[in-house]
Design a protein around this ligand. Structure first.
Ligand code: SAM
Length: 320
């Protein structure tokens, strides 16, 4: 849930019960919520053990962090949560400075919150008029405006193709480049109509979703370097976890899910040398046990209640 200044926005935590189950919350434990958002998951974690845990909650969005603080305060748990404005890839220094023991669990609930999407001036949604922004952290230098107006054709095409998996990526990038010669593309609605125009009529008629959906998702991933963030975090996360700790990650994009799946698989193996190599030289040792052979997905009932849950996939693993 998100709620600020009487404005009732709704962010329903996705796969909440499943996340709590796989986190296996232990009384007196130390946890990281790397994407605290509106604190829906964090509050559920606290409620599970009547507040008897400590949570480090980080978010790269200052506005959202304020909402988290208010929501946690309302529930009476503020003394149990340390809130930091940070990217989760940079959380390691914070943990060092807190002198906390190794953690009992981490949660990442990736992507954006409903609050961000539904706030027009953040520019995440093509349904709402707003500036081309999409920065989760408004202190970041590069916004969607910069990419759309200044990236070369090839870069635009590759972003839309790779992160949006849009078969029309080339046509969309070409249209953007043509249009910006007449002046800057400034708003979400201008960009949405350019994408629509790039789609052949037949595709427009048969498309299940608005043609701009994928382009907007792709640009958001590029603006916030979301995949790099995840890779950087995973490359260090095992250093902050104690044996028996749980890692739970909810992703909303196949590329993110693939990164998590690959990381879990690698860390479940001893040797990770190429199969063609006869003698092991990697000295790698297994550090994780996968708890979810297949990703956990929301039930039909959850999707019915919360359409935004439909692409969610949860993976969990335990540290050995
Ligand atoms: C889906 S929402 C989380 C919702 C939250 N679990 C809840 O129940 O309210 C994702 C949040 O993660 C934040 N976020 C995304 N990438 C981040 C990163 N690399 N570092 C820190 N926060 C990030 C976004 O700003 C957003 O607030």
């Amino acid at each position: 849930m998100c709620n600020i200044d009487g404005k009732k926005d709704v962010h329903i935590p996705v796969l909440k019960n499943e996340a709590i189950k796989y986190l296996n919350i232990k009384k007196g434990g130390y946890y990281l919520d790397g994407t605290i958002g509106c604190a829906g998951h964090t509050i559920s974690m606290l409620e599970k053990v009547k507040g008897d845990i400590f949570v480090l909650g980080v978010d790269r969005d200052k506005e959202v962090l304020d909402i988290a603080r208010k929501n946690i305060e309302q529930k009476g748990y503020l003394s149990k949560v340390m809130l930091f404005h940070s990217r989760f890839s940079k959380v390691f220094d914070i943990i060092d400075s807190l002198k906390w023991p190794k953690l009992d669990g981490v949660l990442l609930d990736l992507g954006v919150s409903s609050y961000q999407v539904d706030t027009p001036n953040r520019g995440f949604s093509f349904h709402l008029p707003g500036p081309l922004d999409m920065r989760m952290d408004t202190d970041d230098e590069k916004s969607c405006f910069d990419i759309v107006n200044f990236a070369p054709y090839e870069e635009l095409r590759d972003i839309i193709k790779e992160y949006g998996q849009d078969p029309m990526a080339g046509r969309i990038a070409k249209k953007i480049v043509e249009r910006r010669r007449q002046g800057s593309i400034k708003t979400t609605q201008e960009l949405a109509s350019i994408v629509l125009e790039a789609y052949p009529l037949k595709w427009r008629r048969t498309a299940k979703r608005h043609p701009a959906t994928r382009t907007f998702q792709a640009l958001r991933i590029a603006v916030n370097r979301e995949l790099d963030e995840l890779k950087e975090f995973l490359s260090r996360v095992l250093d902050i976890l104690k044996p028996g700790a749980r890692i739970v990650i909810i992703s909303f994009h196949s590329l993110e899910d693939r990164i998590v799946k690959h990381f879990f698989k690698m860390e479940q193996k001893d040797c990770i040398c190429p199969p063609s190599q006869m003698v092991c030289t990697c000295n790698h040792v297994q550090r994780l046990k996968i708890l979810t052979k297949k990703p956990v997905v929301p039930s039909d009932d959850e999707i019915e209640l919360n359409k935004r849950a439909r692409s969610a996939k949860l993976r969990a693993a335990e540290v050995l």
